[in-house]
Design a protein around this ligand. Sequence first.
Ligand SMILES: N[C@@H](CCC(=O)N[C@@H](CS)C(=O)NCC(=O)O)C(=O)O
Length: 280
Amino acid sequence: MSDLEILEEHRCFGGRVLICRHGSAATGTPMRFSLFLPEGEGPFPLLIWLSGLTCTEDNFTTKAGAYRKASELGLAIAAPDTSPRGEGVANDEAYDLGQGAGFYLDAREAPWAAHFKMESYITRDLQDVLSANFPLDMERRGISGHSMGGHGALTLALKHPDLFRSVSAFAPIVSPARCPWGEKAFSAYLGKDRAAWAAHDAALLMESGAARYAFDEILIDQGMADGFLDEQLKPELFEEACEKAGQRLILRRQEGYDHSYFFIQSFIEDHLEFHRVRLS
Ligand SMILES: N[C@@H](CCC(=O)N[C@@H](CS)C(=O)NCC(=O)O)C(=O)O
């Protein structure tokens, strides 16, 4: 399945913002993503952005304020939806499970396993549709994200260092095996056996030596007025894991910033520059 459709196209800072839909073999559903393409012929280096709970492909596109800088840097940015969606797709009433809460892993448990294959979607189908249809240099890819998407960016980079040359995150869930959001989602998607969880937990992956020497530095921004900081995000767990593993981490604790896209738009340009340097 691929059949790319361009649903919207907007000129933006000399480049273009596209809203796209395509069929994914991994999820068995149509999936949407937004794509910023700078002005020119390319091929452009590419940043994949993964959003957090409740988000679609729209939140980053409309709220992060990233495209002026991306245009300046000649950096393309693709922001996919956060889960499969639709009437035939399992869901839950809670905002932190089911549609809008895919957690960037391949679910094993019913009823989720039928469509919730977000790791395969992001690492395979999304990459394929992007490389087949747009002037992108797939040798120069980075990944970033926010909250659940920060978890996605860190875990997918650590598990697939062949795909990504650079990784950063905003307020990531660094150890889902040790916080309520992650315990709930992993129990549902992966089952009760915690042994299977470690492969989807950035801090545990780092401690186990995943992707050793693949990334010169990892950049994380964390707002210190973030209401989810102590219970869900726990950046110190990733800091300790990086220290043990000998991974250089730039963890910036930003005083007064909360969990919102106002925080993201305040520091997104630093992240784009961080990636651009590593994608040259
Ligand atoms: N309080 C939120 C929790 C979800 C939340 O804060 N989501 C973050 C990511 S974890 C987000 O990006 N929300 C959408 C936005 O701010 O545009 C809710 O109940 O909807």
